[in-house]
Write a protein that binds this ligand. Structure first.
Ligand code: PRP
Length: 181
C-alpha cells in the first residue's frame, strides 16, 4: 500500500469485480446497439478504460473536460467546457462515464448540455456515488458503489493531481492533507 494512504476503502479486486458486473448490465441493456461512452476528464479516464473492455456491445469512446468557473465556485453549478466532444451525438446512444458523483452539479449541467444535442438516449454510469452529498437530483442508471462522505483518492481520483494511478481507492493520511493546506 502507498505510504500516504491511511486505509483502503475499495480494493483492486472489488473495483474490477464491480466493473465486470457493470459491463455485463450495460451489455445486456444495449445488446448489439452501438453505445458511445463519454468520459469526463480527468478522473474517469481510468474507469472508462476498464469499463469499455467489460462491455460486449459495440463501443465508441469520446472525452469531455469541464471546469467550474473560478476557484471557490465549484458549488455554484456553473460549468465551463474546456474540451468538447470530437463528434456529433445526434441519434446516438450516449452513456456518460464519471468516476464520482458528489453534489451532482457537474452532471446536471452536462446532461442538460448533452440532451440539447438530440442523442437517441442519454444515461449515466458512475463508479462512486456520495448520495448524502447530492444537491440536485440526478438519475444515474449504473452505480458502482455508494460510499460515505470521506475524501478518497486512487483509481482516477486525485489529491493535488496525485494518486490517480493507485489501483485501489483509499483515504489519505491526515498528514498529507496538512502538508498541502
Ligand atoms: C470530479 C468528478 C466529477 C465531479 C463530481 O471531478 O470527476 O466530474 O468532480 O462532483 P459534483 O457531483 O459535485 O459536481 P473534478 O472536478 O475533481 O476533476 P478531475 O476529474 O479532473 O479530478
Amino acid at each position: 500500500m502507498d505510504a500516504d494512504i491511511d486505509r483502503i476503502v475499495l480494493t483492486e479486486e472489488q473495483i474490477q469485480g464491480r466493473i465486470r458486473e457493470l459491463g455485463e448490465a450495460i451489455s445486456r441493456d444495449y445488446g448489439d446497439e452501438p453505445v458511445l461512452l463519454i468520459a469526463v476528464l480527468r478522473g474517469a479516464a481510468l474507469f472508462v478504460a476498464d469499463l469499455s473492455r467489460a462491455i460486449s456491445s459495440p463501443v465508441e469512446i469520446d472525452f469531455m473536460a469541464v471546469s467550474s468557473y473560478g476557484s471557490s465556485t465549484k458549488s455554484s453549478g456553473v460549468v465551463r467546457i474546456i474540451k468538447d466532444l470530437d463528434e456529433s451525438i445526434e441519434g446516438r446512444h450516449v452513456l456518460v462515464v464519471e468516476d464520482i458523483l458528489d453534489t451532482g452539479l457537474t452532471l446536471k449541467y452536462l446532461l442538460k448540455n448533452l440532451s440539447s444535442r438530440s442523442p437517441a438516449s442519454l444515461e449515466v454510469c458512475t463508479l462512486l456515488s456520495k448520495e448524502g452529498k447530492r444537491r440536485v437530483p440526478i438519475t444515474c442508471k449504473y452505480v458502482g458503489f455508494e460510499i460515505p462522505d470521506e475524501f478518497v483518492v486512487g483509481y482516477g481520483l486525485d489529491f493535488v493531481e496525485r494518486y490517480r494511478n493507485l489501483p485501489y481507492i483509499g483515504v489519505l493520511r491526515s498528514q498529507v492533507h496538512a502538508e498541502h493546506p
